[in-house]
Design a protein. Structure first.
Length: 230
């Protein structure tokens, strides 16, 4: 059995790619998925996906889900304090490593490493240094399926929302947009693939604007029975 690791989880493709690598290595035992959820909206922070779909996703993957509940406009200090409290719970049961899906943002990596060091924990970056175009191609070859749930209109327009992540979509991305959206250009939700017991069923709903229209979110409406968290 490998070392216990908690994976920070957005429900998007970078998280899934990191999980795929961790599960494929004898070095690690993934003990949980940690996701930030907005209390006012009951959705994954930044990605805008309903908690019902997040729960279904974790159930299909067969990995326990841990939620970090965040208030609207949570300050950095409050967020860090809540996160530290949650991570200490895992540290007390022998979890010393936390994994992230970051690929090349050096400042973000250093920030995460510093915060974890204060707790006596270490950061793990399974995707670090991977070419983002290569990462997406491998994601697709593995048979994972995802849709775009959020775009930053400084980079992409609304026509990308709800679109399937595939080679055609990658070819449509404007110059300067990272294929993995590593700079926050877009976010995704993964609903099927080799790690899933069953694909998630949903339909596209309305498009929602946030922050004066800077960010657009594609509503994903669960279809069929969904199970409550608890």
């Amino acid at each position: 059995m490998g070392r216990k690791v908690l994976l920070t989880w957005s429900g998007g493709k970078d998280s899934v790619m990191a999980l795929d690598l961790l599960l494929g290595s004898q070095q690690w035992e993934v003990v949980g998925l940690l996701t930030s959820v907005s209390i006012p909206y009951d959705r994954i922070s930044m990605h805008g996906v309903r908690r019902e779909l997040l729960v279904e996703q974790a159930l299909s993957l067969g990995i326990p889900l841990e939620i970090l509940w965040l208030e609207q406009a949570e300050s950095d200090q409050h967020y860090e304090a809540k996160l530290a409290h949650k991570l200490r719970e895992f540290s007390r049961v022998g979890v010393r490593h936390v994994a992230f899906g970051d690929i090349f943002l050096e400042e973000l990596r250093l920030y995460r490493e510093r915060n974890l060091a204060r707790l006596g924990m270490e950061a793990v970056f399974p995707l670090w240094g991977t070419g983002t175009r290569e990462a997406v191609r491998n994601f697709l070859k593995r048979g994972f399926r995802a849709v775009l749930t959020c775009v930053d209109t400084a980079f992409l327009d609304s026509s990308f929302l709800g679109q399937e992540v595939d080679e055609a979509l990658m070819g449509r991305l404007p110059s300067g947009v990272d294929p993995c959206g590593e700079n926050g250009e877009f976010h995704t939700f993964v609903y099927a693939g080799p790690l899933f017991e069953h694909p998630l069923r949903f339909k596209l709903g309305e498009v929602v604007e946030r922050e004066g229209g800077r960010f657009l979110f594609q509503e994903l409406i669960p279809e069929g029975e969904t199970r409550a968290l608890g």
